[in-house]
Design a protein around this ligand. Structure first.
Ligand code: NFE
Ligand code: MG
Length: 504
């Protein structure tokens, strides 16, 4: 008989993700992913001034606010019929690029590496690094005294087989500490061009309010260089080392195996060229992306609004006691298909389409080190690798975008706020494809719908009963010890779920 295991909360930040597993003979046979709170941003936005949208939607999240702000201003660009000047487009890319870098670094080191790295190894540290020596004493005390208040966020943890190589463990913990400074530096880079972080006032339709000056370019550049060094010398090698040490996870957590990207980081005014292109990858083939194929089912979601609506006509009516429903996430589908979004989707689609030699080179280098083909990327470790590769690609491209800025040239165009209009803002947040659908009537927001990366990935079952991407990725996952289901947490965290976003 199947035994039920619940991991709740599973995420280390941003909201409550609960995972319920049905386990039989040491393997997951069924998994359910549930978002456990309702926030109601789509309801809050109704009847507001359209220019409130980029500020309010940034409050959906403290990790990817820039993406929500970006989706909102892209929707308004379309509704008002404007395009930013080159400086405006490039500064938007630089702000979003900085946000990607901080988000990916914090995800790897602070939110998931400690599922593999053995923090307890620090108690045997014999070197002279002051931070590590301080941590050593603290961890050793906690382990020996079994105190009631644990050394959060490191302990307690699921006890399982952690990384055994002492040197790698110590290096990873040292990089964990360094990553905190690196993330702060990436935030500073964004703040140079967006006013403040996390919720950026500079993002407006038509461009950005901040001016481009030689000082700001130099200040961004000096920080970026330190981040590029950290990405090349720590982040990428650490991910490679973990993947090599845990080869099982290059096969575990495959999921639905089909992918979606809306495309992000426009390289031209028409957004016809993107650093990461759009596409739908089905059975290994990439097809063009058509936004009208997106719908959201709610049969198992805690909403009484109609199921299967496209977001342009989406409705959000909460129904907390709905029979059989188990999540506050809707179930986004593309032409009825379950699709995974995120760095892995972006990298696989860019890799398959060709056109970016550096992405090809980085992916091939990873696969050569792991002695595998591209199918190896569709896994728990593959998601970490794709995220690290993407961080490098974005950081290196930011350096080139800085060179394209022209100090003194305009960063926005004037616009008239539409009395009546529609717009769709499609972008990619660090965690994947993000869309905002805006409908303006009588100068006010008549409807606003967000379909968010973690809504795609943590989706509950759809109207046909088909499980979402994370639910599928957990099927067949081994559970060696039912009291320490670390395998499942490793699989789920590779998606970098953000439930605050997902329920919005
Ligand atoms: Ni709250 Fe977000 C990203 C968005 S995830 S982190 O990245 O949009 O659903
Ligand atoms: Mg929504």
């Amino acid at each position: 008989m199947a035994k039920t295991i619940t991991i709740d909360p599973l995420t280390r930040i941003e909201g409550h993700l609960a995972i319920r597993l049905e386990v039989e003979a040491g393997r997951v046979v069924k998994a359910f992913s549930a978002g456990e709170m309702f926030r109601g941003f789509e309801v809050i936005l109704k009847n507001r001034h359209p220019m409130d949208a980029q500020q309010i939607t940034q409050r959906i999240c403290g990790v990817c606010p820039i993406s929500h702000g970006t989706a909102s201003i892209l929707a308004q660009d379309e509704a008002y019929g404007i395009k930013p000047p080159p400086n405006g487009r490039i500064v938007r890319n630089l702000i979003l690029g900085a946000n990607y870098i901080q988000s990916h670094i914090i995800h790897f080191y602070q939110l998931s590496a400690l599922d593999f790295v053995d923090i307890a190894a620090v108690k045997d540290y014999t070197g002279n690094d002051q931070q590590l020596r301080a941590l050593k004493g603290w961890i050793a005390d906690q382990i020996s005294s079994k105190v009631m208040y644990p050394a959060a966020p490191f302990l307690p943890r699921y006890e399982a087989k952690y990384l055994e190589n002492a040197e790698l463990n110590i290096a990873a913990v040292k990089h964990y500490l360094q990553a905190l400074d690196m993330r702060a530096m990436a935030h500073q880079m964004a703040a140079l061009f967006c006013g403040k972080i996390p919720h950026a006032p500079a993002l407006i339709p038509g461009g950005v309010t901040e001016k481009v000056t030689a000082d700001k370019i130099a200040a961004y550049q000096s920080r970026l260089q330190k981040l590029q060094q950290f990405i090349n010398e720590c982040y990428l090698p650490d991910v490679m080392a973990l993947a090599a040490a845990f080869p099982d996870y290059l096969r575990m957590g495959k999921g639905c195996g089909n992918f979606l990207a809306y495309g992000v980081f426009p390289e031209d005014a028409d957004h016809s060229q993107m650093l990461f292109p759009s596409g739908v990858m089905s059975n290994g083939r990439v097809n063009p992306f058509n936004p009208t194929q997106i719908t959201e089912d709610v049969r198992y979601s805690l909403f009484s609004s109609p199921s299967g609506l496209p977001p342009s006509q989406g409705q959000t009516e909460a129904s907390p006691h709905k029979h059989d429903a188990y999540s506050w996430l809707k179930a986004p589908r593309y032409g009825g298909q379950v699709l995974e979004v995120g760095p892995l989707a972006r990298i696989l689609i860019a890799y398959a389409k060709g056109g970016n030699a550096e992405i090809g080179k980085q992916v091939d280098a990873f696969l050569a080190q792991m002695y595998g083909g591209p199918e190896m990327l569709v896994s728990t470790m593959g998601r970490h690798a794709a995220r690290a590769i993407e961080t490098k690609i974005v950081a290196d491209r930011c350096a080139e975008w800085l060179d394209q800025l022209i100090p003194g040239e305009p960063t926005f165009r004037d616009f008239t706020i539409a009395e009546t209009g529609r717009g769709v803002g499609l972008t990619e947040a660090p965690r994947g494809a993000l869309g905002h659908w805006l409908d303006i009537q009588n100068g006010k927001i008549a409807n606003y719908q967000c379909v968010v990366p973690t809504t795609w990935n943590c989706s509950p079952r759809d109207d046909r009963g088909i499980a979402g991407p994370i639910e599928q990725s957990l099927e067949e996952t081994p559970v060696e010890d039912e009291n320490n289901p670390i395998e499942a947490t490793r699989v789920v965290r590779s998606f970098d779920p953000c439930l605050a976003c997902a329920v919005h």
